[in-house]
Design a protein around this ligand. Structure first.
Ligand code: NDP
Length: 594
C-alpha cells in the first residue's frame, strides 16, 4: 500500500504538539539536597587519601574512553606521567556508571570498542555487553599503566592557567591542588543523570534509583546478567522508554512480580540481530591495521561515496544505505537540495512504517501495540535496536502505562498517578536520562580559566569556538575531546576520540621536541575554522519539527549559540582525511609553539 505522506506528517505534528511543554529543559530537576543520595556510587567503596600537591606533564579530566585513549597514545609517545582524574571509582566512564541489566553497545563492537587491536581483544559478540566493555576499559588502564597516577572518586572543581609558570593548576573536591603542563578534557556528553520534576517525587516511601546507579543489592542479580531474583515479590515501576529502558526492561520483565513501564514517548525499536563473534572469522579479517580499516569503512558508509563493501553492517550503516539508495534513485537532472531532502524523508517514512509494522507482528495486545508505535522521524530521537523489548509486553506481569505524551502526573507515598489512576509500586526506577541542554559549566562542575583569567564560558558565550573541536584560543596547552566542530560523527563516538587522541599525542610530542612551554591555537586560525564550519548545512539532527527530546532542546528554539554545534562541512569522512593530512604535514597549521 502506498504511504500517505501527508497523513503521516499530520500525525507526527499532532503527536509532537501533545508533548511540547513550556518549561522545556526546566522540567528536569537536579539531584540536590534530599535527592543527592541518588548520585552515590554503588559500585566502589570510597578510599581516603592525601591531597596531591605535585606536578604532572599531562592531566586528563574523565576516565572514560576519551581519557583512556588519550592516555594510551601519550604513553606510546613516551609521556610517562599522565594523570587521569575521574569522579567514578574506576575507569570506564559511561560503562562504569551504566551497569543496568542488559547494557550493551548499539554500534558494532568491532568499531565501538577502542584499541581492540592494541589489546589483542576479540569482542565476544557483534554488540558486546556492558560488563565486557567495562573490563576492556580497565584493561586499557592496566596495559598503559594509567592506574598508577589516576585519581578516582575525584571531581575537578577548578582549572586555572598560570601565565608565569606556563602550566595549569588543577583543584579538586578532594583538596588536591597540583599542576600540569598540559590538560585534556573528556567528560562526555551524558554523565549527569537527571530526574523528571514530577510533583511529589520526594514523597515516595518505597525504594528508588536511577538506571546509572543500579542497585543490585535491592534487585539481586548482577551486571553480568544473573537474574534479579529479589524482585520476585516486588512491584517495579520504570519511568522512561529511551535507549536505556529498552535494554533493561526485558530483564526486569523476566523477574519482577509486576512491572509497570511508564511511557511518555515510545522509542523506535528496530531489529538487533546480535550474534557471537566467531574467532576463526575474526582471525581471517584481523591483519595489522584492521581496526583503522573498519573505522574508515564505517565512516565511508556514512558518506555519499561509500566503499563497495560494508564491513560493519549494523543499524547505522543500514540507515545510511537506505537514505543513499533513495537519493541515488533520483535522476541526475532532478538532483537539488529540495529533492535530496524529500528522498531522505521518503526513506524515513518507509523505515518508520516498517518499525511500526514490526510492533504489530510482535506485541499481542492491540492497544499496547498501538501505544508502542513511534510517530516521528527516525533520527528525531535516538534509534533503538532490540529483539526482546517489544516481546516483554506479552508477559502477563508486564503492563505498559502510556501517559498520552504527558508523562507521569504525580508520585505519591505509595506509587505513581496517571490519568487519575494510582499504580502502587515497591520500587521506582528512573530511566530518565542525562542532562544535555544545561550549561556546560553546570555539567562539568568547573569553569576553566585561561589566559588573563578569561573563563571558557565567557569565551564561548556566543557559542563554542575551537579549531578542530580540540584547541581553544586563550587556553594554551589544553585539549578538548568530543565530536563537535570536528568529525561530529555521532553514530560512533569512539572513532572521534581515537582520532583526537592521535592529534593530541602528536602535538604534545612536537611541543616537547621543539622545547616549547606552550602550544596555542591562534585567534585567526580559530576564527577561520569557525567561519568554515558555518559554511556547512548546519545541524543534521535536532530539527524543530521533531517530537521534543534532548536532540532538539526539548522542542524549543535553540539559542543562537547552537548554530556552532556543527561538524566539518564536508562530513565526517572528509574531516578524518583532512586531519590525517594536517597531522602528516607536520606544520601544525594554526597552532603556535612558544
Ligand atoms: P533518554 O533521555 O533517552 O530517555 C529518558 C526517558 O524518560 C524518555 O523516554 C523520556 O520521555 C522519559 N521521561 C522523562 N520525563 C518523564 C516523565 N515526566 N514521565 C514519564 N517519562 C518521562 O535517556 P536514556 O538513559 O534512555 O538514554 C540517554 C542516551 O544515552 C541515549 O539517547 C543514548 O545516546 C545513550 N545510550 C546509549 C546506549 C547504547 O549505545 N547502548 C544505551 C543507553 C543509552 P520523552 O521521550 O517523552 O522525553
Amino acid at each position: 500500500m502506498p504511504i500517505d505522506k501527508e497523513a503521516l506528517r499530520e500525525k507526527y505534528a499532532e503527536e509532537r504538539a501533545k508533548r511540547i511543554r513550556p518549561d522545556g529543559n526546566d522540567q528536569y530537576i537536579e539531584f540536590k539536597g534530599q535527592l543527592s543520595h541518588y548520585l552515590a556510587d554503588p559500585y566502589t567503596p570510597f578510599v581516603e587519601r592525601e591531597p596531591k600537591r605535585d606536578h604532572v606533564t599531562f592531566a586528563f579530566i574523565g576516565g572514560g574512553f576519551a581519557g583512556l585513549v588519550v592516555g594510551a597514545k601519550l604513553k606510546d609517545a613516551g609521556i610517562s606521567d599522565v594523570r587521569i582524574i575521574e569522579k567514578g571509582g574506576d575507569f570506564g566512564g559511561t560503562w562504569y556508571w551504566n551497569r543496568y541489566p542488559g547494557a550493551q553497545c548499539d554500534t558494532a563492537s568491532m568499531i565501538y570498542m577502542p584499541l581492540l587491536e592494541e589489546l589483542g581483544h576479540v569482542p565476544t559478540e557483534k554488540y558486546a555487553h556492558g560488563a565486557e566493555i567495562l573490563e576492556h576499559s580497565r584493561n586499557i588502564g592496566k596495559k598503559y599503566g594509567l592506574y598508577e597516577n589516576a585519581l578516582f572518586h575525584t571531581e575537578v572543581t577548578g582549572l586555572e592557567w598560570d601565565e608565569s609558570a606556563h602550566r595549569w593548576t588543577v583543584r579538586t573536591n578532594r583538596g588536591d591542588a597540583f599542576t600540569a603542563q598540559f590538560v585534556g578534557m573528556g567528560t562526555g556528553p551524558l554523565h549527569v543523570p537527571k530526574l523528571p520534576g514530577i510533583p511529589g517525587i520526594e514523597s515516595f516511601k518505597g525504594h528508588s534509583f536511577h538506571t546509572s546507579r543500579w542497585d543490585y543489592a535491592y534487585t539481586g542479580g548482577d551486571a553480568n546478567g544473573a537474574p534479579m531474583e529479589k524482585l520476585a515479590d516486588k512491584r517495579v515501576a520504570i519511568i522512561g522508554t529511551g535507549a536505556t529502558s529498552v535494554q533493561c526492561v526485558p530483564h526486569l520483565a523476566r523477574t519482577a512480580m509486576k512491572l509497570y513501564v511508564f511511557q511518555r514517548t515510545p522509542s523506535s525499536v528496530d531489529v538487533r540481530d546480535n550474534e557471537p563473534i566467531d574467532p576463526t572469522w575474526f582471525r581471517n579479517i584481523a591483519s595489522p591495521g584492521w581496526q583503522e580499516r573498519w573505522y574508515e569503512n564505517f565512516v565511508g558508509n556514512q558518506s555519499p561515496t561509500p566503499p563497495d563493501e560494508d564491513f560493519v553492517q549494523d543499524g547505522w550503516t543500514e540507515i545510511s544505505r537506505r537514505i543513499r539508495s533513495k537519493v541515488a534513485d533520483l535522476p541526475r537532472e532532478e538532483m537539488t537540495p529540495e529533492t535530496v531532502l524529500a528522498a531522505f524523508e521518503d526513506a524515513d517514512f518507509e523505515k518508520m512504517e516498517e518499525i511500526r509494522a514490526r510492533v504489530d507482528t510482535i506485541v499481542e495486545d492491540r492497544e499496547t501495540a498501538q501505544n508502542l508505535k513511534a510517530w516521528y522521524r527516525q533520527l528525531c530521537k535516538r534509534p533503538c535496536f532490540h529483539d526482546e523489548y517489544l516481546q516483554s509486553f506479552n508477559n502477563p506481569n508486564v503492563e505498559l502505562v502510556d501517559t498520552g505524551g504527558k508523562g507521569v502526573e504525580r508520585i505519591t507515598g505509595k506509587g505513581l498517578v496517571v490519568a487519575g489512576t494510582e499504580y502502587e509500586a515497591d520500587c521506582i526506577i528512573y530511566a530518565s536520562g542525562f542532562e544535555v541542554g544545561t550549561e556546560y559549566k553546570r555539567r562539568a562542575g568547573f569553569d576553566m580559566e585561561g589566559r588573563g583569567g578569561v573563563k571558557l564560558s565567557q569565551h564561548w558565550a556566543d557559542g563554542m569556538r575551537t579549531k578542530h573541536g580540540i584547541h581553544v584560543h586563550g587556553f594554551p596547552n589544553a585539549f578538548i575531546v568530543q565530536p563537535t566542530q570536528g568529525a561530529n560523527l555521532i553514530s560512533n563516538i569512539p572513532h572521534n576520540i581515537v582520532d583526537s587522541a592521535k592529534t593530541i599525542a602528536q602535538v604534545v610530542t612536537h611541543a616537547r621536541d621543539v622545547k616549547a612551554d606552550e602550544v596555542e591555537v591562534t585567534k585567526e586560525a580559530e576564527e577561520a575554522w569557525v567561519e568554515l564550519l558555518l559554511t556547512g548545512m548546519g545541524l543534521i539532527i535536532g530539527s524543530q519539527e521533531c517530537t521534543p527530546g534532548y536532540y532538539n532542546n526539548e522542542g524549543h528554539a535553540p539559542g543562537p549559540a547552537a548554530r556552532l554545534n556543527v561538524g566539518y562541512p564536508s562530513g565526517a569522512k572528509a574531516y578524518f582525511e583532512y586531519i590525517e593530512e594536517w597531522r602528516q604535514a607536520g606544520a601544525y597549521e594554526g597552532l603556535e609553539f612558544r
